[in-house]
Structures are given as structure tokens and as C-alpha cells.
Design a protein around this ligand. Structure first.
Ligand SMILES: [Zn+2]
Length: 307
């Protein structure tokens, strides 16, 4: 919290908020949007220099966002219970792990941060990795443990892992939920062995999808505290000992696993029409060059520097 200058509060931002500096480049941040489809409204500020966006106020207790209701679909802002569709989710987990394996093969120490019920981490274990999970939610961690995963409850910054003890860390749609991304990456840099891999999936606010959507872009959600781009996230990674990064527009695997996964939500044969939309989005996501990207889906692979 000290890095970003946020203090825990739930009130509307006031003028005193203007002295908050960007955790990436140290510039003073400015108001960008008030998103009124949420109650209370979401106030989004941004850094005029590196374009990092962030919520103006941090939740008082982050744990309160991730109750059992969050995981069972009862909360306003929710996560679908992956266990009900695990047969389908596994197509994507396997495709991702096959890509990871090209860079850091098993046996190696694997950690999924934001592991929820442990699906990805258990899949990694089945491929020969020594696998663990970390999640802020005590409910999720208990469920993951029941399924045989070595899982810990807490934050990255809690210092639960020894220095240089992990080879691969995955954070799939997680970094946007963290209160202090700078401190979290500093700790990940400490935990990951030289040459090790950090996988981050989050939205890319340089993408045309986010730019065109403006304040209506669906990624603005109460639990999403920071909104990155390819450029500013790469910069933050470099500052924390991850000089080498690989950018994947969209995702780092092919279309087929996505199509197979989508069947988990299909109710009738007519739902197969959705494959057209998924295929179109996948093709569009590959239209990217330099800082241009058509969609706002991205995955970054970051490699820990050897000192
Ligand atoms: Zn900045």
C-alpha cells in the first residue's frame, strides 16, 4: 500500500487523492472515468504518462470480495464454479501447460496464484510438475486442499514462499485484482528462480477493444483494481527483474482448445453458432503489431533474470 499511496477507505475520492502517484512511473494520477453502472460508482483514475489505470479507492478488506458467494455465483460480481465444467476447462489448461512446458519442462516447481479450486495447478501436477496453489480466499483454498492440492491462503506479499523456490508462477486474470502490483512483482521476483517463468493474463488497455469501449468496456469491475497495458506491464516487469518478456496477443495457444472449452456452456445444438463469434474474436486478437492490438486480450510470459 505504501508504494501506491492508497489508504484503505470506501468514500468517494476527494482532492487529496490527487497526490497519489503511479506505482509504475511515479507520475501524479488524474481522474479518467466515473462508471455509473455500478453502485457505488467506480472511479477510475489513470497515469497520464504510462496510462496505467486504477480504481480511486481500494476495498477496505479485499478478503470480503472473495467470500463463498463469489465462487458460487451468488455475489453481484462473481466467478463461475469451474468444477461444474472441469471436463471442458481442461482443454484450455492443458493447452496452456503444453506451451509452458516448451519453456520450463517438468519436473519443476509450479505455483498458480489465484488458484481458486485448483484446476490448473492439479492439471500441472498430472503433467509431472511439483504443484502448489495460493489464493486469498480461505473457502477456495479449503476446497482445493480437499482435492489433494498443496494450497496456501494469503497474499503474494505475505512471504509464504522461500526465495528462489519456484520455477513457474501463473497468474491468470489475477494481477488486476491485486492491491499492490509493484510489491507483488517484487516478491515474485524474489521467489522465482533465475530463468524461471511468470505467466500473466490480463486485459491490454492499449488494445482497440478497450479504447473503443471506453468507460463501457466490460473489464471494469469492482474487483479489478488496476488496468494494465502491454507497454506499462512490460515496464513494471523489467523494473522487477524480468527483462525478457514474450507478448502473446489473445492467448498463447490455438483456437481449438477455446472451442472445446466453450461447449461447457452450451445448452442446445444452436449454441454451436457461438463458435463463429469465438473464431472471429480469436482471429481478430492476432491482429497486433508493436503497441497496436485489435482486441484487448493478452498473455505475457516473463523470464526471471539470472543475476
Ligand atoms: Zn505511470
Amino acid at each position: 500500500m505504501s508504494v501506491t499511496g492508497f489508504s484503505p477507505q470506501t468514500t468517494k475520492p476527494t482532492l487529496s487523492r490527487t497526490n497519489v502517484t503511479c506505482p509504475i512511473c511515479g507520475q501524479a494520477t488524474e481522474p479518467l472515468y466515473r462508471i455509473e453502472r455500478f453502485k457505488p460508482e467506480l472511479d477510475i483514475w489513470h497515469c497520464p504518462s504510462c496510462k496505467l489505470q486504477m480504481q480511486a479507492t481500494m476495498p477496505e478488506r479485499l478478503e470480503d470480495l472473495y467470500s463463498e458467494d463469489y465462487y458460487s455465483g451468488k455475489a453481484d460480481y462473481t466467478y463461475k464454479d469451474e468444477r461444474k465444467q472441469e471436463r471442458f476447462e481442461r482443454f484450455v489448461w492443458k493447452a496452456r501447460l503444453n506451451r509452458i512446458k516448451e519453456f520450463v519442462p517438468a519436473p519443476a516447481d509450479f505455483l498458480d496464484v489465484g488458484c481458486a479450486y485448483g484446476g490448473l495447478a492439479l492439471e500441472a501436477a498430472s503433467m509431472g510438475y511439483s504443484s502448489q496453489g495460493l489464493d486469498l480466499s480461505g473457502h477456495a483454498v479449503n476446497e482445493a486442499k480437499k482435492r489433494g492440492l498443496k494450497a496456501k491462503q494469503g497474499r503474494i506479499t505475505d512471504g509464504l514462499f522461500a526465495p528462489r523456490s519456484i520455477d513457474i508462477v501463473t497468474m491468470i486474470e489475477v494481477i488486476e485484482h491485486l492491491e499492490d502490483p509493484q510489491a507483488s512483482l517484487a516478491e515474485l521476483s524474489r521467489m522465482i528462480r533465475p530463468g524461471g517463468l511468470l505467466v500473466i493474463q490480463t486485459a491490454n488497455f492499449e488494445g482497440q477493444q478497450a479504447k473503443r469501449g471506453g468507460s463501457n468496456y466490460h473489464y471494469y469491475l469492482p474487483g479489478h483494481l488496476f488496468y494494465f497495458s502491454k507497454s506499462n506491464l512490460t515496464r513494471l516487469l523489467r523494473a522487477n527483474g524480468f527483462s525478457k518478456t514474450l507478448f502473446f496477443p489473445g492467448v498463447e495457444f490455438g483456437l481449438l482448445p477455446k472451442l472445446l472449452k466453450s461447449r461447457g456452456n452450451f445448452q442446445t445444438p444452436r449454441d454451436y453458432a457461438k463458435w463463429l463469434r469465438i473464431s472471429w474474436y480469436h482471429a481478430m486478437s492476432k491482429l497486433a503489431a508493436g503497441s497496436f492490438a485489435m482486441t484487448s486480450a493478452m498473455v505475457l510470459y516473463a523470464f526471471r533474470d539470472s543475476e
